[in-house]
Design a protein around this ligand. Structure first.
Ligand code: GAR
Length: 219
């Protein structure tokens, strides 16, 4: 024990169930990481409450009190740096980060998206999948670059889409897998197993199939 612990900053805008999953995995000793701070751009975000309950510092930074997006992001970045955060985890943070922020924390920002990227980027990934009629969707953890939901992919989980699904039922099925793959991605990074090579993320893992999570099909 006593090895290196990766310092995390988690950015949220809402309910914070992914944040909760990260907290639970850390508390269970499954990830060599520590959340130094949770930052929300929404005052009423329930995730702030979750953080405080686990004695994690929780900050609301009001985007409306800055005149530009960059100024807001600079304030967020300064708070993260003050706490020596090494990896920034976007967990339901509903803002597009500017090239300024991406550049400042190059290859140190990851995001969870509720679709199998590059399909259905942007808002409402689950509704987009239902409306399109795909039979499989899922979720993706990826590094953040200047383009929306387009950075190198670390891990994905596939989830079936049923004929009677609506946005909410699919979102609930996908969310269960989000709660598995986000902690897994952080664990891999914290253990130093992740390397970015161009568009690709190379992961050192025992099993070659580590990145594929196939839900059991019920027929
Ligand atoms: C999650 O489903 C996450 O994938 C999605 O918001 C939800 C946040 O839930 N993120 C995006 O759509 C980003 N474009 P949570 O606050 O309970 O973790």
């Amino acid at each position: 024990m006593g090895g290196k612990v990766l310092k995390l900053g988690v950015l949220i805008s809402g309910r914070g169930s992914n944040l909760q999953s990260i907290i639970d995995h850390i508390e269970a000793g499954k990830i060599p990481a520590e959340i130094k701070v949770v930052v929300s751009d929404k005052k009423e975000a329930y995730g702030l409450e979750r953080a405080r309950r686990h004695s994690i510092e929780a900050l609301f930074i009001d985007p409306n009190s800055f005149s530009t997006r960059e100024e807001f992001e600079k304030a967020v970045g300064d708070e993260l740096e003050k706490r020596e955060v090494e990896l920034i985890c976007l967990a339901g943070f509903m803002r597009i980060l500017s090239p300024y922020f991406v550049n400042r924390f190059r290859n140190r920002i990851i995001n969870i998206h509720p679709a199998l990227l590059p399909s259905f980027p942007g808002l409402h990934g689950q509704k987009q999948a239902v409306d399109y009629g795909v039979k499989i969707s899922g979720c993706t953890v990826h590094f953040v670059n200047e383009d929306v939901d387009a950075g190198p992919i670390i891990i994905q989980a596939a989830v079936p889409v049923f004929d009677d699904d609506d946005e909410d039922s699919l979102a609930a099925r996908i969310l269960k897998y989000e709660h598995k793959i986000y902690p897994m991605a952080i664990k891999l990074i914290a253990e130093g197993r992740v390397k970015i090579e161009g568009r690709k993320v190379i992961v050192k893992a025992e099993k070659k199939e580590w990145a594929v999570v196939n839900p059991p099909l019920e027929i």
